[in-house]
Design a protein around this ligand. Structure first.
Ligand code: ATP
Length: 316
């Protein structure tokens, strides 16, 4: 996920910098004489508020070849050794119903991150369709689509600014009460309250250094402030101490409640709780179902469970 959202984060940094010079995002592309790969159709309509259902219908996808990408110098597009990039998704069909927690598991390189990227329309499908709230993502405005989706990458980025400023990105004009409520729900309020400068503490490499677990909980507080109907989350693989692990898990539960979530799952607790587990293998959904069903089937999931998840403590 970091690979895909990295360039986007880099671009949003550009956005922040140029905003202060009162130059718009579009203007950056104009200045650089680049066209974004994905843009609104002329008749694109905003996605209606409250859209939460995600549907993939026979989605095939390959990453665009470098020559097709006018942003090639900015995006990290893998260049195939020879010829065209390989097909990454080969007919992916599934539904995430409103409010469901859907866990994506599968071997490295299977296509999990790519599936999540297509929900936010970072790329267009080669064939088939991705629908959100019943609308093909190509028919709605990108702004409205991305407003409806909260993305929590594995390694959430915090700007070298105050905690308050980092959270206000999620909801401009948020009051201190709203920010405090989000921080409480994300299980990080006690820490912030204990800092001499509280919400005015500057974070980052040159400020207060947040641990991995703290950053994740701040990212979840951001999500709570943004309050999107849909969440795309890449669970951290990094080892957390058991106290922070339990706090992250509680925060996660609150942050995902009532939202449709697509989670690239690395924690046993998450996959056990998932309403649906999608086992992704070689660009296909090899199996889908709940934890017990899939274990009983004795297929790829059972194998993955033995190698990746079984050794984790149930609280993890
Ligand atoms: P992991 O668990 O290792 O993160 P994954 O299941 O999320 O893997 P993806 O990251 O979706 O898998 O990758 C699927 C395939 O697409 C891989 O072969 C990968 O090399 C390729 N791929 C991923 N990102 C790009 C890109 N930006 N350009 C070209 N190919 C890519």
């Amino acid at each position: 996920l970091t690979r895909l959202y990295g360039p986007l984060t880099a671009l949003s940094n550009v956005h922040v910098d140029v905003m202060s010079a009162l130059v718009s995002f579009d203007r950056v592309f104009e200045i650089l004489d680049l066209k974004p790969l994905i843009s609104d159709k002329p008749d694109a309509e905003p996605l209606p508020e409250g859209a939460r259902r995600i549907e993939f219908d026979d989605v095939h996808f390959r990453y665009p070849a470098a020559e097709e990408v006018s942003l090639a110098s900015l995006e990290s597009v893998a260049r195939p050794e020879n010829g065209r990039p390989k097909q990454v998704l080969n007919g992916v069909t599934f539904t995430a119903e409103p409010g469901e927690l859907v866990a994506l598991v599968g071997p490295s390189g299977a296509g999990k991150t790519t599936i999540t990227a297509l929900v936010s329309r970072l790329y267009d499908v080669t064939s088939g369709s991705v629908r959100v709230g019943g609308h093909d993502v190509r028919d709605v405005t990108l702004d409205s689509l991305r407003d409806a989706i909260g993305v929590v990458p594995q390694d959430a980025h915090m700007y070298h600014e105050t905690i308050r400023a980092n959270l206000e990105y999620a909801r401009p004009g948020a009051t201190d009460e709203e920010i405090a409520a989000a921080l409480k729900a994300a299980q990080i309020w006690d820490l912030i309250e204990s800092l001499p400068e509280g919400l005015d503490t500057v974070v980052g490499d040159r400020g207060y250094r947040l641990s991995g677990g703290e950053k994740q909980r701040l990212a979840l507080a951001r999500l709570l402030l943004k309050a999107p109907g849909i969440v795309v989350l890449d669970e951290a693989t990094a080892h957390l101490d058991s106290e922070s692990e339990a706090a992250v898990q509680r925060a996660l539960k609150t942050a995902l409640a009532g939202r449709t979530s697509l989670v690239i799952a690395h924690r046993l607790a998450t996959i056990r709780e998932a309403d649906k587990i999608l086992v992704v293998d070689d660009g296909r959904i090899a199996e889908q179902g709940r934890h017990e069903e899939l274990l009983a089937r004795g297929g790829l999931y059972a194998e993955l469970y033995r190698t990746q998840f079984a050794h984790q403590s149930p609280a993890a």
